[in-house]
Design a binder for this molecule. Sequence first.
Ligand SMILES: Cc1ncc(C[n+]2csc(CCOP(=O)(O)OP(=O)(O)O)c2C)c(N)n1
Length: 333
Amino acid sequence: MTTAPPAATAKVAPEILREIYAVAAKAARYDDRFRSLKQSGKAGGMYYSPRGQEIIPASFAPLLRSDDQVLTIYRGVHDQIAKGVPLRELTAEFLGRATGTCKGKGGPMHVTHPDSGLLVTTGVVGSGLPIGVGVALSAKMRGTDQVTVVNFGDGASNIGAFHEALNLASVWNLPVVFVCQNNRWAEYTSYATGTSVERIADRGAAYSMRSLHVDGNDPEAMYPAAEAAVNAARAGEGPTLIEATTYRFFGHYFGDSMKYMPKEELKQAKDRDPVALLRKRLIDEGHAVPAEVEAIEREIDAEIEDAFAFALDSPQPDLAELHTDVYRNEAHR
Ligand SMILES: Cc1ncc(C[n+]2csc(CCOP(=O)(O)OP(=O)(O)O)c2C)c(N)n1
């Protein structure tokens, strides 16, 4: 069933809004820094910017414990940062350094950091959903109250794995939250070109799943939706599908010409940058004075600079390590 978003009876508490801002600003500023490094030509490899989508995972941040599990996709640095993956190891991984979360062998497509509960990052569209179902099944079978959050794009909702995963999660009443970050684009394909429904949330009804559509750029809508879904999963009340509407500020990958994205639509989205809007709201509504916000931003920038210095100073993996942690050890056979 598609349910209405939680009624906005109570406003989100100021301390939660400040926390959401701190996480969203960190993700946005990190992404800005990474793109400028790419621009300088000093970073190889692919990079997929999630700029514009930060409020979605930032709204989950106050609700999740480190033993809760998050899965994301190649466009996932905001999700990884929101789950608390340390910036030094994350940056080193993105730059393919031996000090990275996966010793430089994963890159942005395959980040994992079990200590933070960032379980896996996938490059095959839709593949995270069934994995998330397995993780949630494991939590249920072990009798824990851990919650699994699976992030994916609108394009992924057209993949068979999405439908299989929602079906089983519903049948088994699993503690999982499916978060569709609907940024209106799947690579170079616009939403309407590739998706049969106006609302992806409507697809949840086919699996008798609590489903809702929210403005993912508005923490006053996003946080209550995330809270209701996480609480339901933790209380054994099963899965939720959240379709969070947002917009991708940049092309599919860094270097994409973006010719296919209507300029006016892009401008409108950037003019309503959700991170800037939340900053303004905090100040205008008296939840923080400018000096407090600036102090948060200075702290974030210092952490980011430290992470980039660490990563750029780190060595490449040794060639002799090429197969280590890639294939199962002979001893395990
Ligand atoms: C199974 C599969 N098909 C096609 C691709 C190529 N591909 C990579 S990203 C992408 C678009 C996915 O769009 P969406 O799920 O909306 O995520 P977004 O990139 O917008 O965050 C496609 C088709 C792939 N990686 N995996």
